[in-house]
Ligand binder design. Structure first.
Ligand SMILES: [Ca+2]
Ligand SMILES: [Ca+2]
Ligand SMILES: [Ca+2]
Length: 456
């Protein structure tokens, strides 16, 4: 991470939260809350595990000797090199096969970001933190150098999350959003502090890469490490590096690209108070109907098929938290697809009128105000340049990256917020419709998500 990475405006408050609620320095967890880590071979038994509560269905080799942690979380991590994956299990049990309440799986050769925030398809679970980050291994420390970010679990986190995390736990009572990264200040001379050899290797990683606040401990801010009887880390291992030597990196900062990533999703991001998203669908077959409260949105070029009439989707997110003057470098829309499409896909265009969620229909953009052409098809209604194409061939998470014309549109919305009327998703010739969850979907993680990367 660059030594001059931007510091979060709330850094001092978050450091004070650490001192007030977790004492003067970071703690080492007891063995119930470390995580057993196993490397599986292709000859180990293979299991397909569908979690009872959350996460993807995973297929993974697990050694017959594997045991979950003895604490209440019963966690377990497997590196399966033959399947190019790390798999985490939560509340894991074994009878004649393995069961778990929660699962996560990340591809070992990927960038490690959850598909739910536009990362590599197949990466999924644990709110966006891959297992290799969640359990620092003893052999990594013994090698003398750790070359990646670590994870800390916090006494309590806020009801919000920031990149690189995809979700957060609710009602924990803290102030630090999940996904915040805290590091030992680059100016601290760690070699001079008298740390033990293991603590020094870990502290250097905490200075170079920091740790992501990725979970709740219930009491005390602690490191996430693997279960290993060879650790020689006392409870006071990091006493010589008090919180006053730490700082929080700006929320959403990506050290790889040196951009800031901000996410917008109704009732969820940037935090649970966000209400700047509206969405609806307009239907040629019922041209005066409004659908602002629908929990699903449909685009179709032939509904009903016999008439070839169209359905189009309107979406808008307000972007007020991105500073005017920022440069947009990429933008993605992530949808929860409930009905996929074997078609060329549905195209995204800029909308040009101040449509309303409650009033927009095939005929009108707001109650009493007609589109130039019904269906928002006039040049005063929408742009004529395709900004991206939504073409999911499976249900589930689908990410659309906006093209350069799309970036220019979003850039203009940041410079001139009053010009932001969102997008329309439409195609008049497809016969296989597309359906996805709206901002009214009960599960907030399934609502439409807009991710914007920018530099200031
Ligand atoms: Ca809506
Ligand atoms: Ca049509
Ligand atoms: Ca379909």
């Amino acid at each position: 991470m660059p030594s001059d990475a931007p510091i979060d405006p709330n850094s001092d408050d978050y450091i004070q939260d650490s001192i007030t609620n977790s004492g003067d320095y970071i703690k080492v967890p007891n063995s119930s809350f470390t995580t057993p880590v196993y490397f599986a071979a292709s000859t180990d038994p293979s299991y397909t595990i569908t979690p009872a509560l959350f996460g993807p269905t995973v297929t993974v080799h697990i050694p017959t000797s594997a045991q979950p942690a003895p604490g209440t979380d019963s966690q377990l991590i497997i590196y399966d090199l033959t399947l190019n994956e790390s798999v985490g299990l939560h509340h894991a049990t074994f009878d004649t096969t393995w069961h778990a309440d929660g699962t996560d799986r990340y591809l070992l050769d990927s960038e490690g970001l959850d598909e739910a925030i536009g990362g590599t398809p197949g990466n999924s679970g644990h709110r966006g933190v891959p297992a290799p980050i969640r359990a620092l291994r003893y052999d990594e420390v013994q090698s003398g150098t750790i070359n990646h970010r670590l994870e800390c679990f916090w006494w309590a986190t806020a009801d919000s999350h920031v990149f690189p995390m995809s979700l957060h736990e609710n009602n924990r009572g803290g102030v630090v959003p999940e996904g915040m990264v805290v590091r030992i200040k680059p100016s601290v001379d760690l070699d001079s502090l008298g740390l033990s050899s293991q603590a020094l290797v870990i502290a250097k990683a905490l200075q170079t890469y920091g740790c992501v606040v990725g979970d709740n401990s219930g009491s005390g801010n602690k490191l996430k490490i693997e279960t290993n009887s060879n650790w020689n880390l006392s409870g006071t291992a990091f006493q010589a590096v008090p919180w006053s030597m730490w700082e929080f990196i700006q929320a959403g900062y990506n050290p790889v690209t040196e951009e800031t990533v901000t996410m917008f999703r109704q009732g969820d991001s940037p935090d649970i108070t966000y209400s700047g998203a509206i969405d609806t669908m307009i239907k040629e077959s019922t041209p005066t109907a409004t659908s602002g409260g629908s929990v699903t949105l449909q685009a179709d070029g032939a509904d009903p098929g016999s008439t070839g009439e169209d359905d189009s989707v309107l979406l808008r997110w307000y972007l007020g938290s991105i500073p005017n003057g920022s440069t947009v470098t990429s933008a993605k829309i992530v949808l929860n697809v409930t009905n996929d499409t074997n078609s060329t896909g549905y195209d995204l265009y800029e909308l040009k009128r101040a449509w309303t969620e409650g009033g927009a229909s095939w005929n009108q953009y707001a109650s009493g105000s007609n589109w130039q052409t019904p269906g928002a098809e006039g040049t005063d209604d929408r742009g004529t340049t395709v900004l991206g194409t939504v073409a999911p061939t499976d249900t589930g998470t689908y990410a659309l990256t906006l093209n350069s014309a799309g970036l220019a549109v979003v850039q203009n919305w940041i410079s001139t917020p009053s010009s932001n009327h969102g997008f329309i998703i439409t195609n008049s010739t497809n016969t296989d419709g597309l359906t996805f969850s709206s901002s009214e979907e009960t599960t907030s993680a399934d609502r439409p998500l807009l991710i914007i990367n920018y530099t200031e």
